[in-house]
Design a protein around this ligand. Structure first.
Ligand code: IMP
Ligand code: MG
Length: 177
């Protein structure tokens, strides 16, 4: 059995997401923005963040697969689903659940730069700063967290736990339970 311990509760998440939405609304005042969610982990964050932005917002989604098992990144990223429309001249905000090594967003960022957007920013709910191997940082970051595996609020372990309302640390329980 997996043991779950709440790291960031739903009220703290909601307050932070509201604050991030306000900052984005101020920074892009009067301009349209495209939120590009990285499937699937960013979906819940994107849905909440979008409703805290008081601008003309549209959505698009990208899916990538990173080779490796559930908790370890192999270093290779492959595009599974591209954006539906050209992003030329648009204000893009890449929306991601967590910045870990930075490999995923570094790959997606360079892919989107090829579209020649007007601007390209990163909104990441969580940031495991100590795990970074790539020189990349979020423009809008919710919470810096320690190097622990977390699930909930969109984040999964082998596709489980995405629907938990809180962000929880996953601890493996004793074998005998
Ligand atoms: P990166 O490419 O190493 O920055 O990894 C980013 C991706 O790894 C995220 O989109 C998540 O899917 C996954 N990931 C990294 N850390 C965690 C975690 O603690 N829980 C769940 N998924 C994670
Ligand atoms: Mg993921």
């Amino acid at each position: 059995m997996d043991k779950l311990k709440v790291l960031i509760g739903r009220e703290r998440i909601a307050a932070k997401v509201a604050e991030m939405g306000r900052r984005i609304s101020q920074d892009f005042a009067g301009e349209p923005v495209v939120l590009i969610g990285v499937l699937k982990g960013a979906t819940i964050f994107l849905a909440d963040l979008a409703r805290q932005i008081t601008l003309d917002v549209s959505f698009d989604f990208i899916a990538v697969s990173s080779y490796g098992n559930a908790t370890q990144h192999s270093g290779e990223v492959k595009l599974v689903k591209d954006v539906d429309r050209s992003m030329e001249g648009r204000n893009i905000i890449l929306v991601e659940d967590i910045l870990d090594t930075g490999l995923t967003l570094t790959y997606i960022q360079s892919l989107l730069r090829g579209h020649q957007p007007k601007s390209l920013k990163i909104a990441a709910l969580l940031d495991k700063v100590s795990r970074r191997t790539e020189p990349i940082r979020g423009d809008y970051v919710g919470f810096e967290i320690p190097d622990e595996f977390v699930v909930g609020y969109g984040l999964d372990f082998a596709e489980h736990y995405r629907n938990l309302p809180d962000i929880c640390v996953l601890e493996s329980g004793p074998e005998s339970e």
